[in-house]
Design a protein around this ligand. Sequence first.
Ligand code: COA
Length: 190
Amino acid sequence: MEHKVELMEPMERAEPEIVLGEVTLRRFRGEADLPEFFRVIEESLEHLRPWMPWVAEHSLAKTTEFLAKRQTLWESGRDFTYAILLDGAIVGACGLFRREDTPEGGREIGYWLHPGATGRGIATRTARALTEQAFRLPGVAFVEIIHDPANHASRAIPVRLGFTEHLRRPAEAIAPAETGEEQVWRLQRA
Ligand SMILES: CC(C)(COP(=O)(O)OP(=O)(O)OC[C@H]1O[C@@H](n2cnc3c(N)ncnc32)[C@H](O)[C@@H]1OP(=O)(O)O)[C@@H](O)C(=O)NCCC(=O)NCCS
């Protein structure tokens, strides 16, 4: 049905801005994004808390530090983090990145939305666009989405995009709803 991943021209870095109709993914702009981004996080805390370990340590200082690190990480080519905008307003964040233990040839995608922006396919469109970006980077053979098996809203996204379940493994349960297991989905380069 929907969600075919397009293959496009190769590139060295992810694009700084990706326009998807009324949704735009754009690179964070450091301190300039702080007031709006901090407010969006504050409004989303109870929605994010079950699944996002960093919420327990959320503070203005942490959000400031998060934004300050984005540029260096982007330039390193290891971590492309974007604000998700709906009609110009920040409604979440997403990223295309490698962890220390991401297997060679892989990239991971992560996402979260303000509760008022859920239910419209924004995260699905976002993850599809980041998957396309990943396959334009050199040496990327597959993309992973990793979530707690109990996080059904997150699970629905790789399913919609045609990822296949790769494995389940033990994972430290840190956030309140985490079960002690994580599910890894993969999409191989076509
Ligand atoms: C995970 C999360 C981003 C998913 O948000 P979401 O709104 O369910 O996902 P989407 O934006 O893709 O929207 C899907 C919903 O929109 C609907 N939808 C409408 N138009 C759509 C479209 N064009 N394409 C896909 N879905 C569409 C779907 O039917 C679905 O609705 P449903 O939940 O009633 O079945 C959100 O639940 C969240 O922020 N959770 C907390 C943080 C988190 O867990 N992050 C992931 C950690 S692994």
